[in-house]
Design a protein around this ligand. Structure first.
Ligand SMILES: [Zn+2]
Length: 235
């Protein structure tokens, strides 16, 4: 599953998929292509809607240039206004809504954050962690029911290498960054750890059990292998 939302997706020669913001701007005289120096977001601008097919052809001939610019772009994308970050697999722009109180809201491709500007990053991390815990708890309970297993405790943390882990006594722990991945990927990691309650290994029996409670696990696993590392670039 690819990142969706108000962004198009451009496969690059190096195997990456670049999110592209496509816009029509009557004030611009010609087609233009830009790669942000922070985050590497690609913006394609056409002067009229009629020029969009030509603009896309223009862009598709420059995928190597885009890949090079993106490689040079700063790796970390901070949780600050203007940054574009994924939430449940959809790209969202962080917008500071100074009139609102210090809550975080998701609205039409935006993550709206109130309060003072200096606390935005902290508020977004708090929001993402609590959303991750809420969704992973629902998901874990669903697969635990299917599996006939009991979960003792679910927690989220920012593990550097693992998306989830499971202890023999039924305590499951997940990376809160999974809330940035598409929902089926978050569900997959929950099901993956639940299946370890039945088999504490990656034996054939383990995979067979996982397939019973989460048949589509291959698609999610491929997504995570390919796109998972990019989720660690935010914040
Ligand atoms: Zn495992």
């Amino acid at each position: 599953m690819l990142l969706t939302g108000n962004y198009e997706h451009l496969p690059l020669s190096n195997g990456d998929i670049a999110p592209v913001r496509v816009r029509v701007d009557g004030r611009s005289k010609q087609i233009s292509l830009k790669v942000d120096r922070v985050g590497g977001l690609v913006t394609l601008t056409a002067p009229t809607a009629a020029k969009l097919p030509e603009a896309r052809r223009f862009m598709s001939k420059r995928t190597r240039w885009i890949a090079e610019r993106r490689a040079e772009a700063q790796k970390m994308i901070p949780f600050t206004p203007g940054s574009v970050i994924p939430f449940l697999g959809n790209m969202h722009t962080i917008v500071h809504d100074a009139d609102a109180n210090d809550l975080v809201r998701i609205k039409e491709g935006q993550i709206l954050v109130g309060g003072v500007r200096s606390s935005i990053s902290r508020l977004i991390i708090r929001f993402l962690k609590s959303e991750a815990l809420r969704r992973l708890t629902l998901s874990t309970n669903k697969y635990a029911n299917l599996s006939g297993k009991k979960v003792q405790r679910i927690s989220v943390r920012d593990a550097k290498t693992r998306w989830g882990s499971c202890s023999a006594d039924g305590r499951l722990s997940f990376s809160w960054r999974l809330v940035m991945a598409p929902e089926n990927v978050l569900d997959y990691v929950a099901a993956h750890e639940v299946a370890h309650l039945a088999h504490m290994n990656h034996s054939d029996q383990y995979w067979a059990h996982l397939a019973e409670i989460f048949p589509d696990f291959k698609v999610a696993e491929i997504w995570l292998k390919k796109n998972g590392p990019s989720l660690r670039c935010y914040g």
